[in-house]
Design a protein around this ligand. Structure first.
Ligand SMILES: [Zn+2]
Length: 280
């Protein structure tokens, strides 16, 4: 599984290349079985760098964790169809953070399926509302792809719970990759599952408002969650053993610590959300 995370990071870096961004959009699966990760949990879109892994928690009130970019729209809607869903059947999209490859398709939902609601943490909300193309990586990483401002229906904070139908999603604030990164924790089929976006496996950049100090604290927080399954933002399969999850977090911890050693006093965005809360 660690290889999967490594491949995901390489894919993310490959997204720099024009050849990658010009390749044909990803296609839907052949059947529903291909999408299933657990009964009730489906990976409905994803392709390395430009479309993150999108998970559908399928109940009578379906929820998407992230929705990918518009590049993955046909793949996403085709796969939802395999689950018997139209895009308008989705109740909530919960974003793990505000990067283009994780939430840009929300603009398409809001254009044609306005009943679908969107939740994101306070730390990243401002950037998606204003379509900040530097923060979202639409310009620096994805070289001028289309994007649009997105309406936020619920701003999330640490330890919030979003209850949709009979499923509860707990929000664990894990800033570091971005100020508003979160791990979304839920229980399915008796397993404690975390959806972490790029909180583990993501890259550091001042354009993301990354912070190594926040990130180290967040990785400790994720370890303490003692998750049985961890769904990364770019892997094709969830990491399904506690040992592998711990190893993956430790690997990220080392990468962040080494980045921090190279920094001077360069932590301009540390605690951005706390500052916002104090109204500074
Ligand atoms: Zn990201």
């Amino acid at each position: 599984m660690r290889a999967t995370v490594f491949v995901a990071i390489v894919m993310l870096l490959l997204a720099h290349s024009a050849a990658f961004s010009e390749s044909a959009p990803p296609q839907p699966a052949a059947d529903k079985k291909e999408l299933e990760r657990l009964p009730g949990l489906y990976r409905v879109a994803g392709r390395g760098g430009d479309v993150c892994s999108v998970y559908c928690v399928l109940t009578p009130e379906p929820v998407l964790i992230d929705c990918g970019s518009r590049v993955g729209w046909n793949q996403l809607t085709g796969n939802l169809k395999l689950l018997g869903l139209s895009p308008g059947d989705i109740r909530w999209v919960i974003a793990t953070h505000g990067h283009w490859d994780h939430m840009d398709a929300m603009a398409l939902f809001q254009k044609d399926f306005p009943s679908v609601k969107f939740a994101i943490h306070a730390g990243d909300a401002q950037f998606v509302i204003t379509d900040d193309r530097v923060f979202s990586c639409a310009d620096p990483l994805y070289k001028g792809v289309e994007s649009a401002p997105v309406r936020v229906d619920r701003i999330l904070l640490d330890d919030d719970t979003l209850k949709v139908g009979n499923v509860e999603f707990r929000i664990v604030h894990t800033p570091g990759h971005t100020p508003g990164s979160i791990v979304i924790v839920t229980e399915l089929q008796g397993k404690k599952i975390g959806f972490g976006g790029d909180s583990v496996g993501g890259y550091y950049s001042l354009m993301n408002r990354s912070s190594t100090i926040d990130w180290e604290n967040s990785l400790k927080k994720i370890t303490a969650l003692d998750l049985g399954w961890y769904c990364t933002g770019h892997g094709t399969d969830p990491v399904d053993s506690k040992d592998e999850i711990r190893a993956m977090i430790n690997e990220q911890m080392e990468a962040v610590a080494s980045k921090r050693k190279k920094q001077e006093s360069d932590e301009p965005y540390r605690g951005l959300v706390d500052e916002m809360k104090k109204g500074k």
